[in-house]
Design a protein around this ligand. Structure first.
Ligand SMILES: [Zn+2]
Length: 610
């Protein structure tokens, strides 16, 4: 998403005009049918298996990778990061504190990741690791270490000719080669620090990522060492939002790397349908001269609807019945349903899905929960029974509005959910899937998730990014997840357009423009990605979570055995040596030079390598 220029906005405006007509016709048709189109239930592309069960991730396979780590802040953060990355790539690994490394036989591993600050702790093993790499191993330096004598002694094997005395402040990322999907433009780093070694590399290094600016600092590079490969991540951001950079770097270590992915693009609209605010809003009035209600119907929803038409997006809307702060019964039925039906039926008609958000917007948290000084207007529930009563009312309300639908996806208000609230959901509703957030926030009160089946059988489908501002950090997180899980998951609210913190002041045209830029980037980077609703995403996550991959590498072929195969699976493949030929048991789609997506049609797939 480069800085938007005027010309592009103009084009977008013309495009918008061309879709207004069918939109108005559709709106008229819906009005004509008295806001009450009985929506016919359609089949989902994918349905979660009723028997969603948690599976133990403990690898029974022989570890492919050894993570050497150090018990300090970065060493621990790096180990945790790589445990998540490798665990979710379904690559069996083991961990060992670097100072204990001497006891290990390195020959049993195909790859080694070093998550250490002080390489002196590896003692003699450091040289053993270099010799092991030369003999055909794949070595990954996870983050820039302390530049001491030990590191200096191996620097030349990593392609480093010279290391400067100070660390570099990296203000932006530039892909020297497009080795990641969507890496077609630079990314600004919004919270830079002196994160990276200033290095001069020899000519044999292949640089994939470097800093922006006149004198770029190499951030990810690869260098052959004898029969093996070394990859250095000089990036220094050991955060969840960067996982895709590390999975992509790891995939460079051997001739070929295969890992399962989700393959889904899902867009949620929170608080939709819900009661439309009365009155006016400063910026809507400024730009459109209309009240909120008219703006929602004639501008906001028109644009959001047309965007979905353009890309085949199928929204998941999350219902709020009313906006009281009531936390005890009786919970009265909202009788003002015209707009619920209007928006909801259009959304369903477009292939979308409706899920639950709340009877009102009070998070399902009980007395004693600490909002850390945020959310002054929120009240706490006294007991689980009250929560269940409110949820039962919400479910009844939705069934009355949309009688053909099942409501299986839940989004917690403000992304906050307590264990008691989770139990209440299971008791009072048919919720099978919870969609909260992926990235942890500062206060630590939001419910952050992984893409997985939880121990209680609920399928966790976190949302990665949100809103219309879509700042550089969010774009970077989106890029990372597209490469790590081959997933897009975004949520927006109609009332983002009213809230200054969420960009209202810039005006809807700019906000919508940013969302359009995002979708253009996404569907250019991944044109074949599947547009799924919340329930379908849950099914895809279940398929992904259940699959276990056994890889058998041999000269000229790769054999993948998929335990837990559920009739489909998607595997990302990077070929660093050779190109894939026939895939027996599946079909291959080329995404980028060297990067392929495999659709496994059987539980065993053999790919010949030419
Ligand atoms: Zn909400």
């Amino acid at each position: 998403m480069k800085k938007r220029d005027k010309k592009k906005s103009g084009l977008r405006f013309i495009r918008m005009q061309t879709v207004i007509v069918p939109f108005l016709l559709l709106t008229a048709a819906l009005c004509f049918m008295q806001w009450n189109v009985p929506y016919k239930s359609r089949e989902f592309l994918l349905e979660p298996d009723a028997e969603a069960v948690w599976t133990d991730d403990a690898a029974e396979q022989e570890p492919e990778c050894m993570i050497f780590w150090q018990d300090d802040v970065n060493g621990t953060a790096g180990r945790e990061l790589m445990e998540a990355v490798l665990g979710q790539m379904k690559i069996p690994y083991d961990t060992c504190e670097g100072k204990e490394a001497g006891d290990l036989d390195l020959d049993q591993f195909r790859t080694i990741v070093i998550s250490m600050t002080n390489y002196a702790l590896l003692d003699d093993t450091l040289l053993d690791i270099i010799n092991w790499t030369s003999a055909g191993g794949g070595l990954m330096i996870l983050y820039p270490p302390e530049v001491n004598g030990s590191f200096q002694s191996i620097a030349k094997y990593l392609g480093i000719e010279h290391i400067g005395n100070s660390y570099a402040l990296v203000g932006g990322l530039h892909f020297a080669q497009e080795f990641m999907l969507g890496g077609d433009h630079d990314y600004e780093i919004t919270d830079p620090y002196e994160s990276s070694m200033t290095v001069a590399l020899d000519r044999e290094c292949e640089v994939y990522l470097e800093s922006t600016g006149e004198y770029p600092v190499p951030l990810i590079w690869e260098r052959s060492l004898g029969e093996g490969e070394a990859v250095v991540c000089n990036l220094g951001f050991l955060e969840k939002a960067y996982r895709g950079f590390y999975s992509s770097s790891y995939s460079l270590l051997r001739d070929v790397c295969a890992y399962p992915v989700i393959n889904a693009s899902t867009f949620y609209i929170d608080d939709f349908p819900s009661p439309v605010p009365q009155g006016e809003s400063e910026y809507i009035q400024r730009d459109y001269g209309m009240n909120i209600s008219d703006f929602y119907t004639n501008i906001w929803w028109r644009d959001i609807y047309n965007l979905a038409e353009e890309y085949g997006i199928r929204y998941t809307g999350l219902v709020i019945e009313q906006y009281s702060d009531q936390v005890s019964g009786p919970f009265e039925r909202n009788s003002d349903t015209q707009r619920f039906r209007y928006f909801g039926n259009m959304l369903l008609d477009q292939g979308g899905e409706i899920g639950l958000h709340g009877y009102n917007h009070m998070p399902l948290c009980m007395t004693g929960f600490n909002y850390q000084g945020e959310y002054d207007g929120y009240r706490l529930w006294r007991n689980r029974e009250d929560m269940e009563e409110a949820l039962t009312e919400l479910k009844g309300f939705c069934e009355e509005l949309f009688p053909e639908e099942n409501f299986r996806v839940y989004v917690p208000p403000s992304n906050i959910l307590s264990p008691e609230g989770r139990e209440a959901l299971k008791e009072a509703t048919d919720i099978r899937t919870i969609a909260s957030v992926y990235l942890p926030e500062m206060l630590g009160i939001s419910y952050d998730q992984e893409f997985e089946v939880a121990e209680d059988g609920i399928i966790e489908t976190p949302r990665v990014i949100s809103g219309y501002i879509l700042d550089e950090y969010m774009q970077l997180a989106a890029l990372s997840e597209l490469n790590f899980h081959y997933v897009n998951s975004h949520f927006q609210h109609p009332d983002d357009t009213l809230d200054e913190d969420r960009g209202a002041e810039m005006g809807w045209e700019e906000m919508y423009g940013r969302l359009c830029d995002y979708t253009e980037w996404l569907y250019t980077a991944a044109p074949g990605i599947r547009n799924l609703t919340g329930t379908e995403l849950a099914a895809a996550v279940q398929i992904y979570d259940d699959v276990r991959v056994t890889r058998e590498y041999s000269e000229g072929s790769l054999k993948l055995t998929l335990d837990g195969y559920r009739g489909e699976a998607w595997i990302m493949l990077r070929f660093n040596e050779g190109i894939p030929g026939r895939a027996e048991g599946g079909s291959l789609e080329k995404l980028r030079e060297g990067l392929y997506l495999l659709e496994a049609q059987e539980s065993t797939v053999t790919i010949s390598i030419e």
